[in-house]
Design a binder for this molecule. Structure first.
Ligand SMILES: [Zn+2]
Length: 457
């Protein structure tokens, strides 16, 4: 059990899934300390019901499509409620709407991040409201109505359970929805390039009025580590080849330092950008996130699951990089769900078969370990099924007994192929899910990975 304090009672609120730069820092007084739940739970007390309250707004003139999507959300939230032990209902607001944008699938934000300080390391981090609600002693006075806000593009060609044969250019709605909800629950890094686009990464730079509060990470970032190269500057004497985001953030927080009053923010930002810390940390992490292989990973708390590499193999993109597991490594595994590409032409069952028939369902063991690290309780035992399939000839012929190989083997065998060959083994098109931190910068810039359809033929 871990105590969390909300000493300075700061919240960060977001409003628009398509504009993550639109946020507000607000005061939100919490009266009590939080306490995470013990991991041990009584299986007899499993909550079977759907723990989500869905507000589903369908603004299109197609009643059948509206009903199919609404029903898919109900299936998805039931599945999440089956896997995670949620003790407080989560409010999910969904707009299923025509975005007049042929390439976007959807976007999701946690509506409120609450800054809490852990007694474990005395570090302040932003926790998504949906997670804080699951802790003991939370103060309901200070929650926004919705925990998660989501927009799904109705212009997309989606496949629903019961639709019959899936077409190669259709995307499975069920897995899309669960993927999105995971971001809303906290699969969400606050490291991005919002300060200096395409050059440097840092955690959220927080001001409360004129007070510089420092660079603040999300609870997700607590478990993220950079894998150092031999030629990386290394002023640590810990003989480890890993450097935590935590340490890197601490280095950035020697700028300022936090707590100072800043009356000229432009001048202050110039000081940040010209500081040696910025060069040492922000540009370093950017380089690690941009077209690098196995350079940044999530290391779950209390699990012996290693090498959950985050997406770094592509041109850095805040909507795709770091906030997903590596597509190259995990698309053919039991953790296909949280890659930045959502393969079209595959149903939920096709994904499961291709991933090796993980018995737990679409929420794979690595994802379970990640969400458990954030503080969610899981109902499922995490199975030691961390295989990656490398030689699937077709999506229907894969089986768990014949197609598994070790993670390290698959990484080695694929690494020489080049990134363009990621698509080699799949039939159909690829749709890039742009789910998450979609910045205005990218919104205006039709670049790279916003959403790519790759016609294999
Ligand atoms: Zn995503």
């Amino acid at each position: 059990m871990l105590a969390l304090k909300a000493l300075d009672s700061i919240c960060m609120d977001k409003f628009d899934p398509w504009d993550i730069s639109n946020y507000k820092i607000s005061s939100c007084t919490f009266k009590e300390n939080f306490r995470t739940k013990d991991k041990n739970y009584n299986n007899n007390s499993l909550i079977a019901s759907d723990m989500f309250i869905l507000e589903f707004n369908c603004s299109i003139n197609n009643q059948i499509l509206c009903e199919k999507m609404n029903y898919t959300f109900q299936l998805a939230t039931k599945e999440i409620s089956r896997v995670f032990k949620l003790n407080t209902e989560i409010n999910l607001k969904v707009n299923f709407e025509s975005l007049n944008e042929p390439t976007l699938l959807g976007s999701t934000i946690p509506s409120r991040f609450i800054k809490l300080i852990s007694e474990e390391d005395n570090v302040a981090r932003y926790y998504p409201q949906a997670l804080v609600k699951q802790f003991n002693n939370y103060d309901s006075q200070n929650f926004l109505k919705y925990d998660i806000i989501m927009s799904i593009n109705s212009d997309q060609n989606l496949w629903f359970e019961g639709d019959g044969q899936i077409n190669k250019n259709q995307s499975d709605a069920f897995t899309l929805v669960i993927h999105e909800i995971m971001h809303g629950l906290g699969f969400y890094s606050l490291w991005d390039d919002s300060i200096e686009q395409s050059k440097a990464l840092s955690p959220f730079l927080s001001f409360n009025s004129n007070t510089f509060e420092g660079f603040i990470e999300s609870i997700f970032d607590k478990y993220v580590y950079v894998v150092k190269d031999d030629d990386d500057d290394d002023d640590n004497d810990d003989n480890s080849n890993l450097e935590s985001f935590l340490n890197l953030t601490a280095k950035l927080n020697t700028i300022g330092p936090p707590g100072i009053q800043v009356y000229d923010k432009k001048e202050f930002m110039n000081k940040v950008l010209s500081s040696p810390q910025w060069e040492e940390v922000a540009r370093y992490v950017y380089n690690k996130s941009n077209n690098k292989e196995h350079s940044i990973k999530f290391t779950p708390n209390n699990y012996s699951i290693n090498d959950i590499f985050l997406e770094t193999r592509i041109d850095y993109n805040p909507s795709s990089s770091l906030c997903h597991v590596s597509y190259h490594d995990f698309a053919n595994s039991s953790d296909f769900l949280v890659t930045y590409l959502h393969d079209s032409g595959l149903t939920k069952n096709d994904f499961l078969i291709r991933g090796g028939n993980y018995s737990g369902g679409v929420i794979g063991p690595r994802l379970l370990a990640i969400m458990s690290s954030l503080g969610y309780e899981t109902k499922l035992d995490i199975q030691p099924d961390f295989s990656v399939i490398t030689t699937t000839s077709s999506t229907t012929s894969a089986s768990s007994s014949t197609s598994t190989s070790t993670t390290s083997t698959s990484i080695n065998s694929l690494s020489s192929n080049g990134s363009n060959n990621n698509f080699k083994n799949f039939n159909g098109w690829k749709l890039v899910l742009i789910i998450l931190e979609l910045s205005i910068f990218l919104f205006k810039n039709y670049s790279k990975h916003r959403l790519i359809r790759t016609d294999k033929n």
